[in-house]
Ligand binder design. Structure first.
Ligand code: IPD
Length: 265
């Protein structure tokens, strides 16, 4: 099966999930707490079921790592394993619950241990970011590139806060203060997948987060890479999608922010 065919299926699935999200954004939500501040709604579950059933129908030999049904995520796929679809049915659940239209559906496809295709869709803005390994990154089928910003002091930096934030507040604030005084501005939009895509299309120059999950960033990882960006851990080590801390940038200013983070660690 070609990566193009797999991507076609993933796009069909995110658009169907997007329709469900659009219909339910302004209605009353059934909310559960997965953790102290980590929300899930009936819509997250419905979108996840819908995405998995579309994929299973077209590609029965598939493996799934999906936010609402995942129980572990520490091993890469090996050569010969079924393709693994890494799914966030609603990235930005808190925004969704509050009716804020900055939400995405994200699907990354891992084959032979690496993400080889990905799609992130914001149904409210009808923006669909896609990438296939080695073939570039696209927004609504037009090629995208990272920004050319060359000074950290001129950089717009995106971030997010993990749900374990109470236990890690001091640490998170140390990084936030450092980013705040190093860059031109900070944004916390509430969807990590869209933050990654914002780096890919040059809206943000850097995005970092401590405590992220693979379904938040798997598709965005490939989209940033294919748009010419780079991705490390916030302390400059090689990044892996199963690692919780991430720093994605335009490939120019990321290293300067890493240097600043090293000084406070
Ligand atoms: C969250 C969002 C948020 C990020 C959190 C994620 P969810 O995902 O991506 O921007 O800061 O770390 O968990 O829970 O809305 O799918």
């Amino acid at each position: 099966m070609s990566l193009e065919k797999y991507l076609e299926t993933a796009i069909e699935a995110v658009i169907k999930a997007g329709d469900i999200i659009k219909k339910s954004l302004s209605s009353q939500k059934t909310i559960e707490f997965k953790g102290k501040v980590d929300l899930v709604t009936e819509t997250d579950k419905e979108c996840e079921r819908c995405i998995i059933s579309i994929i299973k129908h077209k590609h029965p030999n598939s493996d799934f790592l999906a936010e609402e049904t995942a129980n572990h995520f520490d091993q890469h796929t090996q050569s010969g394993d079924p393709p693994r679809w890494i799914i966030d049915p609603i990235d930005g659940t808190t925004n969704f619950v509050h009716g804020i239209p900055w939400i995405s559906v994200s699907i990354g496809l891992e084959i032979d241990g690496e993400v080889q295709a990905g799609v992130v869709y914001n149904p409210l803005y009808d923006e669909c970011f896609t990438a296939i390994k080695g073939k570039g990154a696209f927004l609504n089928q037009s090629p995208i590139k990272v920004s050319k910003t060359s000074k950290l002091g001129h950089s717009l930096i995106g971030t997010g806060f993990a749900y374990e934030r109470k236990e890690r507040a001091d640490d998170l604030l140390k990084f936030l203060k450092c980013a705040m005084v190093s860059g031109q501005g900070i944004r916390r939009f509430g969807s990590a997948a869209l933050d990654m895509c914002s780096v890919a299309c040059g809206r943000l120059d850097v995005y970092y987060e401590i405590g992220i999950k693979p379904w938040d960033v798997a598709a965005g990882y490939l989209i940033v890479k294919e748009a010419g960006g780079d991705i490390f851990t916030p302390l400059g080590d090689p990044y892996d999608i199963y690692y919780p801390d991430i720093l994605a940038s335009n490939g120019i200013v990321g290293k300067d922010l890493i240097d600043q983070f090293k000084q406070i660690s």
